[in-house]
Design a binder for this molecule. Structure first.
Ligand code: PLP
Length: 447
């Protein structure tokens, strides 16, 4: 950390020591920060005062190539010059207008803009939130409020958030759910995890046995459906791109039961896969879209976009900090930058490059069972060996640790045994090549 940054902290907390090393800060954090999703044995303390594009620094000044984009939050990387210049222009604008109780111009413009980006020729509305989970909650409440039903379809694996109704839809790890009573009726269908198809079929010629299974489950458990929640690419559950034919058939199933589809694009949306929304790859029009992460350009921000009216009456739903004008302006600037810098195209092309490179690495490796993805949402699955393809969480953790500690490649796990790649949308050809080079070395270090 730079000296002036340290001075600032001393000024803010004159009674607290500003220790030097990452190790000391980790020990202090362990004492006072609740256990959540930190892996303190792998990641060093991130220097919050520097970073540029895909480059992250630790407190010692080590530089890492970022293939996480903050789990898709930093769509434009760190300190994108477009956003920084824009922030200069609005620095004197008001921030302290919680967006929900009064109308403010940026919020309305952003809603119009998002509706304009969303497929489907029907009247839509937007509800703004401060997180992805809350965008999901907003869709759940909208569906219950307008349809007077409370049975939902969701998949396994699936991740829609960790609180309330969103948690009831989530099913990717038991740790998320153990001992927490679930607040919704959910008919659970198998997600099309084609590499490990529970029906022992192959994607190329299967008859979508998984959707037949879901149909049976609905018929047995209840056809009074309020809605179907689906990630077009299952994220936390292991980076599983749903086959196009599956998404199309899911739309048909939803129509048969006159049930809306909510596309959870909190991780996969806003250009990540080379289109604004991942579900567009299948040409499927969802009824609702939930988005967050990249939407706020680093600020906590989410949105639920759905059919008008989202709610039947005044105060059926609200959230104090939804769509403050400052954040809404930043969000508009993020969308403009994605469009102006043709980042959908870049995400598509760099995704093709990354997948090809990962497949080359797989050729020479015994422990990469599968390589998959769409655009810049890609993953590899780490297995014990290519014959058994047995999942190997221990080796996966070793690969991630090698990437971060040895090769200075910032990556994250997903599911039980995947390593995910979520590069910023403006990543360059050379940076993808470098990431591949470092990843190959990290994989080769595993015995
Ligand atoms: C697909 C999906 N839905 C919902 C969420 C929950 O978002 P948040 O952590 O902002 O509540 C996430 C977070 O990773 C996600 O990936």
């Amino acid at each position: 950390m730079k000296r002036d940054a340290e001075e600032l902290l001393k000024e803010l907390c004159p009674d607290l020591p500003i220790t030097k090393s990452s190790k000391e800060w980790i020990e202090r954090s362990e004492k006072v920060i609740a256990k959540t999703t930190q892996s303190r044995d792998i990641y060093p303390v991130v220097d919050h005062t520097q970073g540029e594009g895909p480059w992250i620094y630790d407190l010692k000044g080590n530089q890492y190539l970022d293939m996480t984009a903050g789990v898709a939050v930093r769509a434009l990387g760190f300190r994108s010059s477009a956003i920084r210049d824009f922030e200069q222009r609005i620095q004197n604008y008001l921030r302290e207008i919680p967006g929900q109780d009064f109308d403010v111009v940026p919020q309305t413009l952003l809603a119009e803009r998002l509706i304009g980006l969303t497929p489907g020729d029907f009247e839509k509305e937007v509800f703004f939130t401060t997180s992805g989970g809350r965008a999901v909650e907003s869709a759940v409440k909208s569906l219950m409020d307008t349809r007077h039903r409370h049975r939902f379809v969701a998949f396994r694996p699936a991740f829609h958030g960790r609180t309330g109704y969103a948690l009831a839809l989530t099913a990717s790890k038991h740790a998320h759910r153990d001992f927490f009573p679930q607040g919704l009726d959910v008919v659970r269908g198998p997600y099309p995890y084609c590499f490990r198809c529970p029906f022992k079929q192959h994607e190329a010629d299967c008859s979508l046995e998984c959707l037949d299974y879901l149909r049976d489950s609905i018929e047995c458990e209840g056809i009074d459906l309020a809605g179907i929640f689906v990630e077009p690419i299952c994220g936390e559950g292991g980076f599983l791109p749903a086959p196009i034919k599956w998404l199309k058939a899911l739309r048909k199933l939803a129509d048969d039961y006159e049930t809306p589809i909510v596309s959870d694009e909190i991780q996969s949306g806003l250009g990540r896969t080379g289109k604004w929304w991942a579900i567009e790859h299948a040409d499927v029009v969802p009824d609702y879209i939930c988005t967050a992460k990249a939407l706020g350009g680093g600020f906590p921000f989410g949105a639920c976009i759905g059919p008008k009216p989202l709610y039947t009456d005044f105060s059926r739903h609200s959230e104090t900090f939804g769509a403050e004008p400052y954040v809404a302006l930043i969000s508009l600037s993020v969308l403009r930058t994605i469009e102006r810098d043709r980042l959908l195209e870049n995400a598509e092309n760099r995704g093709v490059q990354l997948l090809a490179g990962l497949r080359d690495i797989q050729e020479n490796s015994k422990i990469i069972g599968d390589v998959r993805g769409r655009g810049l949402m890609c993953a590899v699955e780490i297995v014990t060996d290519r014959e058994s393809n047995a999942i190997d969480p221990k080796r996966r953790d070793e690969v991630v640790a090698n990437c971060v500690k040895r090769e200075k490649l910032w990556v994250l796990g997903a599911g039980r045994n995947a390593v995910r790649f979520l590069a910023p949308l403006n990543i360059t050809v050379e940076q993808i090549d470098l990431a591949l080079e470092r990843f190959a070395k990290a994989v080769n270090r595993v015995k």
